[in-house]
Write a protein that binds this ligand. Structure first.
Ligand code: PEP
Ligand code: MG
Length: 750
């Protein structure tokens, strides 16, 4: 055993010097090589190597070495967890071995030339909670490194980590990656899929490109004339009209709504009139447009009312359209058409505008995405990927991107083979979607399961019917609210619900009242920022607080449902019996008032509730006596059971749909519903997930409500499943008290 004590102080002082070198202009490879040499020298090691982690490729790469074959640099790689180096990295733990080759985890790399080294000391390099890489020292003799070496190295690494992190960043960026095409980019990167399908097109930075028109420098005043201004206004008006027509076809619920403010402002004589006046006084047209627009933007932004502040965004959008229309449409690349939009933040109304502009796919860089942005993009069949990679924002404008939102992959300038592969995949998916479905769904042992559709946009009804949905298990009424810049009136809502009921033509249709608040913030409603919006004034709580909004909606639903059968109404996020009764009372008050006003409506709607909160479990029997039906919203039920925000990646591992508490909660709900003879369905994402369908059916669920595109796959799963097997499986699952044990059982699902 070696008992030598290294000179800690010297090592630390030298390391300190190195960190100052890297902040100067020294080249990065030299910096890492010098660090390795210095450590080797101080610890009298034969080898010192530095491995850095590449998150994109999920691998450790040998970046510098003193003592191993120099050709191994940049070629020796390993996955986290692979070999002693990989384990040291993955577990963030120091590994000291007197005879490393005897350790079963030791991995020999042929091209590194490391076999004669017995002693091994490996230290993780971390900056804060960020894992950066690993430093390894090796020695030919057995038991060379001591606890002192271990401590010295650990201290030195904390000092060096910041500098190495910078080096790693610069290496990833590379000298040629700051502009122009990026040869160093991998063929594809992985993001998180938030929608389905795939699309290919040229990159577009909607905000960046568009906003520079308004906020960038003015062109020479003589470049455009007053006639160009008049033409730009006319083109803008035409553009808005045609966008609106396209909307009307694709999104009937927002047809006349989304550009109403734009039209009003465009027609406002003060707006264009003042611009003309400035031009008459000698100002250039672009500068005149900008000046007047800016005044409007400032005015609206200063308003204390949220809905007025929203108008500032409308003026901005309108002005950018006007400025873009100064260019002749023949020479102008149609904003968005056929492109893949890359943005840092996105709201539901942005998605609509992008889709109206002909965008084919969306990449959201960093930032969270609300589940409604995800749901909306899915409903509109626009592939959406969330990728936390800032390099996406620096891609040159000619870059072509292929987004595969099923896998979450983003391909850069895809080659013809990749494109051909996706074309075939696309066609196969289309065929699966439109494959002939059985009218009704039965398990292998002939038990009936009712498949309903979740509808977010009216345009989805067509697909739901084509795929033989037996009705609508959840109509999310918040979408007409979310995609607008003001509350829809009773008349507007009436038209939307009427279309829904007419198109469903007597099939079971379940309408959920407004589920606003939380992450589905209606920016125009004057929401106060809440510290914990998911625990705040959301959903039915919002409706009960803003009775006028709630009553407007209930009246519209009751009126539209007149003379229609099979329509059900339900409240989201019910937390107590009192709350359910209050909400139901408002429905009967609305009905009475409509009677007094002599307005026809439906007085016999079934009234049910969504089960999304653990708080209802202890009184579930009383709920089952009061409610006409239950719909289990597993998205929220899992969120509140496990206390894990459904949109927060950081706690995704805690969001466990098969958590023992979730399992037993679902069983409690189903049993109560069966005892009281009321319908119970599941309408959260679990309902289409092959992992969870066997449990749900096994526990007694016989109605699933899913997004229309999932209907074929869900029917296929059920047809192959025996209820007897599913019941036995769910019993085993319910017997588990531990998450890990439940995860093991999940692997045995039928
Ligand atoms: C749910 O919570 O499972 C649900 C269906 O509602 P939403 O996803 O709209 O919150
Ligand atoms: Mg919910």
């Amino acid at each position: 055993m070696n008992t030598r004590e290294p000179d800690h102080l010297n090592l630390l002082c030298d390391m300190g010097e190195l960190t100052t070198i890297v902040t100067g202009n020294s080249d990065i490879e030299t910096f890492l090589a010098s660090s390795a040499a210095l450590v080797a020298q101080h610890l009298k090691a034969h080898v010192c190597s530095i491995y850095l982690f590449e998150a994109m490729e999920n691998r450790l790469v040998l970046r510098a070495t003193q003592g191993l074959n120099p050709k191994a640099v940049n070629t020796v790689t390993m996955k986290p967890g692979e070999g002693l180096v990989g384990v040291c990295f993955e577990k963030s733990t120091i590994i000291r071995e007197g005879n490393a080759t005897q350790n079963p985890v030791f991995k020999y790399f042929d091209n590194a030339g490391e076999d004669p080294f017995n002693s091994f000391l490996c230290v993780p390099i971390c900056s804060g909670i960020e894992k950066i890489g690993v430093l390894v020292v090796q020695h030919r003799e057995l038991d060379h490194f001591t606890l002192f070496d271990e401590r010295a190295l650990r201290t030195a690494m904390t000092q060096l980590a910041g500098a190495i992190e910078n080096a790693r960043f610069l290496m990833e960026l590379g000298p040629d990656k700051t502009s122009g095409p990026q040869p160093g980019l991998p063929p594809f990167i992985k993001g998180e899929p938030a929608g389905t399908g795939s699309a290919e097109g040229q990159i577009l930075f909607p905000n960046q490109n568009r906003k520079s028109l308004l906020y960038g420098p003015d062109p020479s005043p003589s470049l455009y004339t007053k006639a160009d201004f008049t033409a730009a206004i006319e083109r803008t008006s035409e553009e808005l009209k045609s966008l609106q027509e396209r909307f009307a076809r694709r999104l009937p619920e927002s047809a006349s709504l989304i550009f109403t403010a734009h039209f009003m402002i465009l027609k406002d004589k003060n707006f264009t009139g003042r611009m003309k006046q400035l031009m008459d006084e000698g100002q250039g047209p672009i500068s005149a447009v900008k000046e007047v627009a800016q005044k409007y933007i400032d005015l609206f932004s200063c308003s204390p009312h949220a809905y007025m502040q929203e108008k500032a965004v409308d003026v901005e959008d309108l002005t950018i359209r006007i400025l873009a229309n100064f260019q002749d449409p023949a020479t102008r690349r149609k904003a968005g058409k056929g492109s893949i939009a890359v943005a840092t933040e996105i709201y539901p109304s942005d998605i609509l505008k992008l889709v109206a502009d002909g965008i084919k796919g969306i990449i959201l860089v960093g930032g969270g995405v609300t589940s409604h942005v995800t749901i909306l993009s899915r409903s509109l069949q626009i592939p959406l990927i969330i990728a936390d990679d800032p390099r996406l924002l620096d891609l040159p404008p000619e870059t072509r991107l292929l987004v595969d939102a099923t896998q979450g992959n983003i391909y850069f300038n895809p080659d013809p083979d990749t494109l051909a592969l996706f074309k075939t995949k696309h066609q196969t998916e289309k065929q699966i979607k439109t494959q002939a479905m059985a009218e009704q769904t039965f398990s292998r042992d002939k038990q009936k399961v009712t498949l309903l559709a979740n509808i977010n946009l009216l345009s989805e009804i067509h697909l739901a019917k084509a795929l033989k949905a037996e009705g609508v298990g959840l109509y999310r009424t918040e979408f007409p609210f979310l995609i607008r810049t003001g509350f829809p009136s009773e008349a507007e809502q009436y038209l939307i619900y009427k279309q829904l009921f007419e198109q469903m033509d007597g099939a079971l249709t379940t309408v959920r009242t407004l589920d606003a608040g939380g992450e589905k913030n209606l920016s125009y409603s004057g929401f106060t920022k809440e510290a914990n919006p998911e625990l705040g004034l959301r959903s039915i709580r919002f409706s009960l607080k803003h009775r006028e909004v709630f009553e407007t909606q209930i009246r519209a639903i009751l009126r539209a449902a007149q003379d229609k059968d099979n329509i059900r109404l339900m409240f989201p996020l019910i937390s107590s019996i009192d709350e359910f009764m209050d909400a139901r009372q408002i429905v009967s008050d609305c009905s009475q008032n409509l009677d007094l006003e002599g307005i026809g409506h439906n007085k016999h709607l079934k009234i049910g509730m969504m089960i999304e909160l653990p708080a209802v479990l202890s009184t579930i029997d009383e709920f089952a006596e009061m409610a006409d039906f239950f719909a289990i919203g597993t998205n929220d039920f899992v969120q509140y059971m496990t206390c894990a925000d459904r949109t927060n990646k950081l706690v995704a591992d805690y969001y466990i749909p098969y958590h023992p508490a979730v399992n037993s909660g679902i069983e409690t709900i189903v049993k109560a519903a069966i005892r009281h003879g009321i319908d119970v369905s599941v309408c959260g994402e679990m309902a289409h997930d092959p992992d969870h369908i066997p449990f749900l059916l096994g526990v007694g669920i016989r109605t699933l409500s899913v997004d229309p595109q999932f209907l074929p796959s869900v029917q296929k799963i059920i047809t192959a499943l025996s209820m007897e097997e599913a019941t036995a499986y769910s019993k085993t699952m319910l017997a588990q008290t531990r998450v890990r044990a439940a995860a093991q059982i999940l692997k045995t699902r039928p």
